[in-house]
Design a binder for this molecule. Structure first.
Ligand code: SF4
Ligand code: SF4
Length: 141
């Protein structure tokens, strides 16, 4: 298990309707971060403030850097993403990733080959890495 390399796959996958926020989070944004709250509509995130439609990309996902792939010229540049509301992002985002199987399914780049053969240890390591962001997962399968 390695640290998050900001590949952005999770934000890209879930930022278009796969995230939710608790009423308390929405209230907090409304009171303290109206620029975030404007992307909430009827309790759903992230919504276009003008059309009121679901956005296809999270409005807070930003490209931090692009690095040319040095091994082959045919590969696209490696993009490193960041979150422009990092400290005030939804709990859904703070908690990800929770389970090894979801990481495998999502192609999360924290996963290393050895994690695939010992998912129990991988879960313990993941919970340690994530201990500042969320409670430990109860399921160690
Ligand atoms: S709010 Fe931040 S962490 Fe959440 S999907 Fe958007 S860019 Fe990613
Ligand atoms: S998919 Fe995994 S490695 Fe990529 S940004 Fe999300 S948590 Fe980090």
């Amino acid at each position: 298990m390695q640290n998050c390399n900001q590949c952005g796959k999770c934000c890209i996958k879930y930022g278009n309707g796969g995230l939710s926020a608790a009423p308390e989070e929405i209230d907090w944004w409304q009171n303290h971060r109206p620029e975030i709250a404007k992307y909430v509509n009827k309790g759903k995130i992230w919504m276009d403030p003008i059309s009121e439609e679901q956005l296809t990309v999270c409005p807070f996902l930003t490209v931090e850097s692009q690095q040319k792939n040095m091994t082959t010229v045919t590969e696209p540049p490696k993009i490193k993403y960041s979150c422009s509301i990092y400290y005030d992002r939804p709990d859904d985002c703070k908690y990800y990733p929770v389970k090894i199987d979801e990481m495998i399914r999502d192609g999360c780049e924290m996963i290393e080959v050895r994690d695939l053969t010992d998912t129990r240890s991988a879960q313990v390591t993941l919970d340690r890495i994530m201990s500042d962001s969320r409670p430990a997962s109860n399921d160690t399968t």
